[in-house]
Design a protein. Structure first.
Length: 131
């Protein structure tokens, strides 16, 4: 629910990376039940994970898509790797109507900040579990 409140007008998902199988599994979603594809999705289906940086689908060449999040032809996606403690934990992805254009800098920064915070929490929890 927090994703929908923080980023109104979007649908999205948070997917965790399984490093052993290099797959993404949706652990949270908002805005639509049809946002996540068949599980698990290959990690290589996320351009954000491939490139190691946030990616807006409107910036991708024609024919390229973010396969780890379901988006219709008239929707755009913005995906941010979840990284902390030197490890990639997953990806935080949102979708919106493509006619709204490139995501605003404020909205991009909010999503990047959320991904950073999620990564920090996952990193700390994993360290506590290991102790």
């Amino acid at each position: 629910r927090a994703g929908h409140r923080l980023m109104p007008g979007t649908a999205g998902l948070l997917a965790a990376l399984d490093p052993a199988t290099q797959t993404l599994t949706t652990v949270a979603k908002w805005g639509s039940t049809e946002v996540s594809p068949a599980q698990p999705a290959p990690a290589r289906s996320s351009w954000a994970l491939r490139l190691g940086r946030p990616v807006d689908s409107l910036d991708l060449p024609d024919g390229f898509s973010q396969g780890h999040i379901v988006a219709a032809f008239d929707e755009a996606t913005y995906c941010v790797p979840v990284v902390a403690g030197g490890r990639v934990w997953g990806v935080l992805s949102t979708r919106r109507p493509a006619h709204s254009g490139v995501m605003s800098e404020d909205d991009r920064q909010m999503q990047v900040g959320m991904a950073c915070r999620v990564g920090i929490v996952w990193d700390r929890v994993s360290r506590c579990a290991a102790e």
